[in-house]
Design a protein around this ligand. Structure first.
Ligand SMILES: *[C@@H]1O[C@H](CO)[C@@H](O)[C@H](O)[C@H]1NC(C)=O
Ligand SMILES: *[C@@H]1O[C@H](CO)[C@@H](O)[C@H](O)[C@H]1NC(C)=O
Ligand SMILES: *[C@@H]1O[C@H](CO)[C@@H](O)[C@H](O)[C@H]1NC(C)=O
Length: 447
């Protein structure tokens, strides 16, 4: 920008005005904060910092120069691989410490040996969230006296048995005997577990963490990871006033001895936009004021429009869902239900499948066995079999293309029921697919 200023030493007035507006916009919407370069393929969003020249030094992460992977360094020498960063939620997920390599069946994690667990420096802006459900393993029987859940029905046992992440011998060492070395479960996030998951020779010697644990899901689907949140960043660090935007000055801040771009009087620090914004109720030169007012009005209108759009969509979605549910209910209740959807009694199903006879099994799917059912409708009392039943299904063996056409039909039907409109096929695609299936069935019957 200095270069640009020299360049336009004697420019026409209009150009100056335009530059000025541009700079003003920069002041409003950008800031002097420097985002760090990617580490390998991982983005390092502000305020996270991989070197003193970028990000905010309090939010330090380490980019390993060899592996180009990002690490979170906790206290006493333990490091945790960063798995993902959700910048807009000010959260990241790190990998729990690996097991010690020798002996291979030991139920001990590396951070037990190095730092007696995971410890965060309480003066730094990071802490553990309530999303973490912690399993402590290889614990002393002392732990049975704590408020933690160390019973034989504790979820940590399910993790050992069926997550597929712990081999058998290690699982035995982790909690082979619930009375002598129990395992325990608790949710992190409160004090003191927001800053510490303590392992100890006379306590527990390993831990695992599950993100947003859903006990209804099978343990093999539980996601391992330690979620860490960070506090909103303060004003950016600076060396001189050149580092700071117009509405701020570079001044010493806090006890760390660092200087930060503190906002001028009449401005306040907006950490979401990362810039100094004007406090309300201040007068300004009228030209600038009208520009800022119009920017404010435009942002307000866009914001309001987005809100309206979101509520309309939510409402229409709910409305549609209510409509669908009503239609479904009507269809099932309607006296003419036989026309639209037929409800079968267990008695009828038993009869139609010949008492769930094995020779009627067509295959099995997510809902269990699929039987070939011969259903005789009211009309069929006169001897006519329902027309919808493909006559080859009544033969001895359903042929392959019948099964695959049935499968294609149901896939098509399900694709039309997807929640998001963008995921559903267009009418044209539906017709094309139907044509394809019909072709297939016709060719099959010619064979
Ligand atoms: C971890 O570091 C702190 C501060 O340096 C020290 O007081 C503590 O004893 C250390 N703990 C372990 C387990 O090494
Ligand atoms: C905790 O962080 C502060 C600020 O960076 C630092 O000065 C202090 O030495 C750290 N404490 C430990 C025990 O590492
Ligand atoms: C953890 O950090 C969040 C965000 O900075 C903060 O609101 C919360 O109070 C902290 N929790 C504890 C126990 O310090």
């Amino acid at each position: 920008m200095i270069a640009a200023d020299q360049h336009v030493a004697t420019p026409p007035n209009k150009f100056i005005a335009r530059c000025f507006c541009f700079l003003l916009l920069l002041n409003c919407f950008c800031s002097s904060q420097k985002t760090c370069p990617n580490c390998g393929s991982t983005q390092v969003p502000y305020p996270l910092s991989t070197n003193p020249a970028c990000g905010d030094p309090d939010y330090h992460l380490r980019c390993d120069p060899r592996s180009q992977k990002l690490y979170f360094d906790a206290m006493n020498g333990s490091s945790y691989l960063v798995l993902r960063i959700m910048a807009s939620f000010q959260r990241m997920v790190v990998q729990p410490s690996p097991w010690v390599s020798a002996p291979s069946s030991a139920c001990v994690t590396q951070d037990m040996v190095v730092s007696e667990g995971l410890r965060l420096n309480q003066t730094l802006p990071f802490n553990l969230t309530f999303s973490n459900t912690i399993f402590l393993f290889n614990c002393s029987p002392r732990l049975l006296l704590t408020p933690l859940n160390c019973t034989p029905s504790s979820l940590c046992h399910r993790y050992l048995e069926s997550s597929g992440h712990v081999d058998k011998n290690r699982a035995l060492n982790c909690a082979g005997n619930p009375d002598l070395n129990p395992c325990c479960t608790f949710v992190a996030g409160g004090m003191p577990s927001a800053y510490k998951i303590r392992l100890h020779n006379s306590g527990c010697k390993a831990f695992r963490s599950i993100l947003s644990l859903d006990p209804k899901k099978p343990a093999s689907q539980w996601e391992e990871g330690v979620e860490i949140q960070w506090a909103s960043p303060p004003e950016p660090v600076c060396n001189s006033k050149l580092d700071c935007s117009g509405a701020s000055k570079c001044l010493p801040a806090g006890m760390s001895g660092l200087s930060r771009c503190l906002c001028n009087r009449g401005y306040y620090w907006d950490h979401v936009r990362g810039t100094c914004l004007r406090s309300k109720h201040k007068s300004k030169p009228s030209g600038l004021l009208s520009l800022e007012v119009s920017i404010g009005v435009i942002s307000f209108i866009s914001f309001a429009a987005i809100l309206v759009l979101i509520s309309v969509r939510k409402f229409s979605k709910r409305f549609n869902q209510a409509k669908l549910a009503k239609a479904r209910e009507d269809m099932l209740k309607s006296s003419e239900s036989g026309k639209n959807a037929k409800m079968f009694q267990l008695k009828e199903v038993k009869k139609a499948t010949n008492g769930f006879s094995e020779d009627r099994i067509l295959g099995s799917g997510g809902f269990g066995q699929v039987y070939k059912a011969i259903y005789v409708s009211q009309a069929a009392k006169n001897g006519a079999i329902m027309e919808v039943v493909d006559r080859r299904l009544i033969g001895t063996e359903p042929s392959g293309d019948v099964l695959s056409s049935v499968q294609l039909f149901s896939e098509l039907a399900f694709s039309c029921l997807r929640e998001k409109k963008a995921d559903r096929p267009s009418m044209r695609e539906v017709v094309q697919q139907l044509e394809r299936i019909v072709q297939m069935v016709l060719q099959g019957s010619e064979l």
